[in-house]
Design a protein around this ligand. Sequence first.
Ligand SMILES: [Zn+2]
Length: 311
Amino acid sequence: MCSSLKKKFLICLSLMTASFSLLAQKPHSPVVQKAWDAKVAQAMPTVKPIVKAQKARKILVLSAVKGWYHSSIETAKTCFKLMADQSGAFSVDFSDDPAFYTAENLKQYDAILWNNTTYTQDFFDSTQKQAILDYVKNGGGFIGVHAAADCGTSAAKAKSTWPAITELIGGSFDGHPWTRKGNYGICNEDPSHPVLKPMHGQGFMISDELYKYKDYKRENQRVLLSIDMKESYHEKGREDHDHALVWVKDYGQGRVFFSSFGHNEHVYCNPMILQMWLNGIQFALGDLDAATAALPMPDAHKNFKPKKKKK
Ligand SMILES: [Zn+2]
């Protein structure tokens, strides 16, 4: 299930979009951003809710950074706004004002989504941090996209740490040996999981920056997708070869959906990933019933032996 890779399609997609993705760390020019927004709009119509929302759902999106700025942040905002408007599964509000994150304000939302946020431990004060943790623990949803894991115990240049948010998310950024220009094999660990329906039980290839995580424990979450070692081993990866990328988990009464994908803009124009995100969002909102019990590490990872380098 880790093979069956859609190489040709993705290589083609990368070539089509490579010209737009050279300016990391700065917002795109309005012209370039408009082009990305148009590509997202083109991809969105096939993305449909997997279940009917039980009631009107509302998500609060945070896109604030205290560390690295991802140029895909604005594309992601367009993506989740269009997904909300076109699917009808939820509506979105955007706020990057830390003072808005109070227990009282959070009550009106069914989930919060962190869009490539970095070093949130330096962004929120202790009361706001507690309000966020309590909100999820008491039944709220949390959706993390790509750099949302660059916080908590990820503290290379941060002024503080926030281990509790790493525990909530399920892992913390620990480098990205798989850089944004590569094309990597993805292992489908849970082919029948509803969040992964658009993958049709298959693994696939993707061009994106993939994180290595620390303070990650497989037994705390249900890993859905991971890096296929056979296809994309990296010597700077974890020694246990356990490179989770997409997972779901419980946090108290709340639900967490996390996706490592989302560095490269073209990921937001990939209907398969968009559908997986909408499914994961519906899980986090409480509309999609989906298993969160941990799965054992696949034998493909457990038994993987890297080839020795020729001297
Ligand atoms: Zn990144």
